[in-house]
Design a protein around this ligand. Sequence first.
Ligand SMILES: [Zn+2]
Length: 413
Amino acid sequence: MVRVLLLFGGLCLAGLMTLTVFFRFSDGSDVFSYFNELPEVDTTFQRGFRSDTLLKINQLRKPHSVETVKVDEDIQQFVYNYVNGHPKPSEIDLEDVFDTLQNKFPGAQYLAANLVTGSSREELVEVLNQWDAVGNPDFNSITTGVFVTGRKLGALGVMARRIPKFSLEAANTVGGRFFNQCPHCRHVHALALDKKSRTLILTCPDCEKPFDVLAADTSGYIRRATEFMSGFSLPETDLYREAQSGEEKVLSLWQQVADRCKYELDQNANDAREAWKLPEETWDQKAGDCEDTAILLADALISKGFPARVAIGWNGNIGQHAWCVVKIGSGQYVLESTLQGTLDHKALVSIVDAAPFYQPEQLFDRENLYFSAGAPQNSGEDYFADSVWSPLAIKRPALAVRKEESDKSTELE
Ligand SMILES: [Zn+2]
């Protein structure tokens, strides 16, 4: 329960916990119950009880314009089986209900359960109806399982909302709430994603490690950072052909980018949100900001066979920043892709010399996102070792729209 509800409101959690505990231990005996004739709890009874509860709850929700609840048939079947299979239903452990249920339905990220008793069917419906969770808009289904305990009736009530599995396609079309399995700790958690979001670093609420880097492209479509590396190649220059060493080759490619692309903040000045450009867009528009030129340069370097990555992180002078890193032989260099003018060997700063100013937090290339594997303060001392940066491969989807978008931006020029 804690891991479920903490995400979307501590207050709500506190309320539910209190109430759940109260009802669990409020099984006070009632003298009159001993004279009660208990009904037979068969399938017909269960179904009738369930629709009574549903009706009452919706009568409560409608006047407040809260989405009505329905029966989730899969969870209903689960609750019946759980109650029937339990040796002592009056002692059901609600934590176990959560764990077993979420194991079976990972999308059931909003959950509340309640164990109540009553002397009659009417009282049972009434008690269940007083539960805080029944008015909570986070839930959109109710399921119940009734059982006989001693001379009383008991019921397990489960309120839930199942949310879809996170995918970029769903994030772009509907936005909203999703469930996701953390690639680091394997825990399933809920996440909310506004489709109007721009740069997003998604972090697991359980292990607190980032697990995805997303950004909106210039048409507002949310892509994974790796997808911005489109396989771009720079036109080959004489300078590149005549270069004698790896360093000279890298410098000539970097010079091409610096000569052509001026540093410019997002063109869409009336939109405060940040958009990332594809390399061909930055090249065609002859301008970009730090991540645009870092992506262009890294992609172009990879096309010429140099291991290169884009780093997102913190720069002591600039703040939140993106830059390019390249490996030449055994040397690793920070390429500050926003630099203009003539770039000579002095511009090629080794990562060790750059470390006091450049603190990388996430890296990416065409195939992988990379997350700090060890102590974050050492992550700037090596940008390519797996022991420092764990790769997280995420399948690259075939993006047919890419070409079209690129053409559109060329026309805008
Ligand atoms: Zn995790």
